[in-house]
Write a protein that binds this ligand. Structure first.
Ligand code: DP6
Length: 326
């Protein structure tokens, strides 16, 4: 059977950076994110007894050997569950640059999980799909449920999964995703996670996370944008401080990233309520309310170094679709 899934990328408000179990991808802390409406992956999977190995094709960029192995290992999880050994034909496409810190592994492994599970003839609930997606890429577990999502770190594979905390239409906030770098980043998130413990600030980061989770959840519940934005920005800076102080240090920002950070603060002083967050990459997510969207877009016009701007609103999670890629 052939199946196709469409999965959104997600932006983390409270980040996953550091794991307590490397292999199972159990995170050191809980995290909270929002699915994005206009950055997504579509993946078609078909298992066949006629092929002698997994055939994995991606539009535009090719996967390297390491990535192919990671995808095949993920398919193994599904094959084990379905109790068969057939190889798979996989075709996938992103509508955004891969490996540039726009959560391509999140949408990628969420789509691969849902399409793979359906193609294997399995019927699994959302929790189980999230658990499988997590093992491909941690943040992928958050792209399975709808809307605003929380990933409880858990104590074992069976209780480390994501669930919706608010539906997409709960709050009309906008993610103005500013692409300043389309190249693949030099240090992958998976490599970065391993270095976290070497930062002298990592312990203090972890000890402050619980409170941030509580405050930001309440801010989303109350739709209190200023409290939400203040936590959001502080959290991104905190994670990047850990990255920059790891051994060896990781610098994901470019000069344009930093210029945007400083500029956003200036815009706020002028009364435009907008806050930034940044994942493991150079690209900047500017989060604002619907009413300020046009102002933010206007402010970005004419800024040097911006390659593309993608507008997102809170979105549904991963779904099967009927239009196959092959
Ligand atoms: C900075 O999920 O990409 O985007 O589990 O090793 O695949 P792996 O890591 P990944 O890490 C995401 C890191 C982050 C923060 C976040 O999305 O929470």
């Amino acid at each position: 059977m052939k199946a196709t899934a469409k999965a959104p990328a997600n932006i983390a408000f409270i980040k996953y950076w550091g794991k307590k179990d490397e292999k199972l991808r159990l995170p050191a802390n809980d995290s909270i994110s929002m699915n994005l409406s206009n950055v997504f992956t579509i993946t078609t999977v078909e298992f066949s007894e006629k092929i002698k190995k997994d055939i994995i094709i991606m539009d535009e960029h090719k996967f390297d050997e390491k990535e192919e192995k990671r995808i095949s290992s993920h398919l193994d999880l599904i094959r084990d569950l379905a109790r068969f050994k057939s190889f798979a034909r996989v075709k996938t496409k992103n509508n955004f640059p891969k490996g540039s810190g726009i959560a391509s592994s999140a949408s990628g492994f969420a789509a691969l999980t849902m399409a793979g599970v359906a193609a294997a003839g399995l019927k699994l609930n959302e929790k189980h799909l999230s658990i499988i997606a997590r093992q491909g890429s941690g943040s992928a577990c958050r792209s399975i449920p709808d809307g605003f999502v929380e990933w409880k770190s858990g104590t074992s594979s069976n209780n480390s999964y994501a669930h919706m905390i608010f539906p997409p239409n709960w709050w009309k906030i906008i993610d103005v995703l500013v692409i300043v770098e389309k190249k693949t980043k030099k240090v992958s998130s998976s490599e970065g996670h391993i270095l976290t413990a070497s930062s002298p600030f990592y312990k203090s980061r972890i000890s402050g996370i619980k409170n941030k989770l509580t405050v930001i959840k309440k801010a989303i519940l109350d739709r209190d944008f200023e409290i939400f934005g203040t936590i959001l920005e502080g959290e991104a800076i905190n994670m990047h401080a850990v990255m920059m102080t790891s051994t060896p240090p990781i610098f994901y920002w470019t000069p344009v990233t930093f210029e945007l950070i400083l500029t956003v603060r200036g815009w706020r002083e002028e009364g435009i309520l907008v806050y930034f967050t940044i994942d493991a990459g150079a690209n900047v997510h500017l989060i604002c309310q619907e009413k300020d969207k046009q102002k933010v877009i206007g402010c970005l016009k004419g800024m040097k170094g911006i390659k593309e701007v993608i507008l997102n609103q809170p979105a549904i999670g991963t779904r099967l679709i009927n239009k196959h890629l092959f």
